[in-house]
Design a protein around this ligand. Structure first.
Ligand code: ZN
Length: 325
């Protein structure tokens, strides 16, 4: 399955754009609109990769050097402008930075692709500043814009773009996507009903649920063990948690890191108190190292049960000072 196959057959618009970009018939400026959560940005990234891919057909192939660099954000001819962090708008300064980069000679031969995610979140001033580049693009430059709210995009911008309003996804395609990402069938069905054709909503809900589950499990296991005799029950509870292992490791690391920072800060003020704050700095550092080692072991397919047990022992021994008897 290639990146394009995720979108193939979703709608006539999706198919037409996939074909146009595959056959080098892409417009110099495209504006994708539609509800939030329908994967406009992911689709824009797929079209962008098509323009940069060096394969002769079925672009983006997903295998060539250009595809790899495009998907990891490392391609020097791929520019991306989006909301920064929690910001509510894309400011004129951000756009000026982009335009000045574009005014330089390209770093690589070939096409340059500029993705502007949420052009509707750009200030009017920034949208106006973008106009000239859309009006007279360099022959090698291609713009792909997305917007959730098309009424917040200046008509002068809309008129310079090929305008495509994308629809929500059919339910079976949302479900299929979730299953392909490792979600169980029953769960995928429930999330699909909630999402109403918007895969991004389903995926966010799934991530929230996993995070909640991981938190609950960490509280009952890694954060609950205090003595060696607590370990067998915790180990049992963690047995089937390989899917949430990464989140669990993140949570342990976060807590240890927080306690470590609190312990360093408390030299200056006594008011800091946190979970695990009784532990010594060297114990917390050892635990952080153990989490680091656990990630490596997991990557080399060591059994999760063995990794979890090792961490439980480290926590009881280092954090709660239990001695081996
Ligand atoms: Zn490729």
């Amino acid at each position: 399955m290639t990146q394009g196959d995720i979108f193939r057959g979703l709608s006539q618009s999706h198919d037409r754009l996939l074909d146009d970009y595959n056959q080098s018939q892409a417009p110099h400026a495209l504006l994708l609109t539609g509800q939030s959560g329908i994967w406009k940005e992911e689709f824009a990234a797929t079209l962008a990769a098509s323009l940069l891919c060096t394969a002769t057909e079925n672009k983006p192939c997903g295998h060539c050097d250009a595809c790899h660099r495009a998907s990891s954000g490392q391609h020097s001819n791929l520019y991306r402008l989006a909301l920064a962090g929690d910001a509510r708008s894309i400011k004129i300064e951000q756009l000026r930075e982009l335009l000045s980069a574009l005014s330089l000679h390209p770093l690589e031969e070939g096409r340059r692709v500029v993705m502007i995610i949420r052009v509707d979140a750009m200030t009017v001033q920034a949208q106006n500043a973008l106009l000239k580049n859309l009006e007279e693009p360099e022959s090698s430059d291609f713009f792909i814009l997305t917007a959730n709210n098309e009424r917040a995009v200046l008509p002068t911008i809309v008129s310079r773009c090929q305008f495509v309003r994308l629809s929500v996804w059919p339910d079976d395609r949302v479900e299929q996507l979730l299953i392909s990402r490792g979600v169980e069938k029953a769960q995928a069905r429930a999330l699909t009903q909630l999402a109403a054709g918007r895969p991004g909503i389903a995926i966010a809900a799934e991530a929230d649920r996993r995070y909640g589950d991981a938190n609950t499990l960490a509280d009952a296991t890694f954060f609950a063990v205090k003595k060696l005799s607590d370990i067998p029950a915790a180990s049992m509870a963690l047995k089937d948690a390989r899917d949430t292992a990464d989140l669990l490791l993140d949570l342990i690391e976060q807590r240890a890191g927080f306690a470590l920072r609190a312990s360093i800060a408390s030299r200056l003020s006594d008011s800091h108190h946190s979970e695990w704050s009784e532990a010594s700095r060297s114990a917390l550092s050892k635990l952080m190292e153990a989490v680091f080692a656990a990630r490596k072991l997991k990557a080399s397919n060591v059994s999760w049960q063995a990794i979890a047990d090792q961490l439980l022992f480290t926590i009881t021994k280092e954090i709660h000072q239990c001695q081996w008897s």
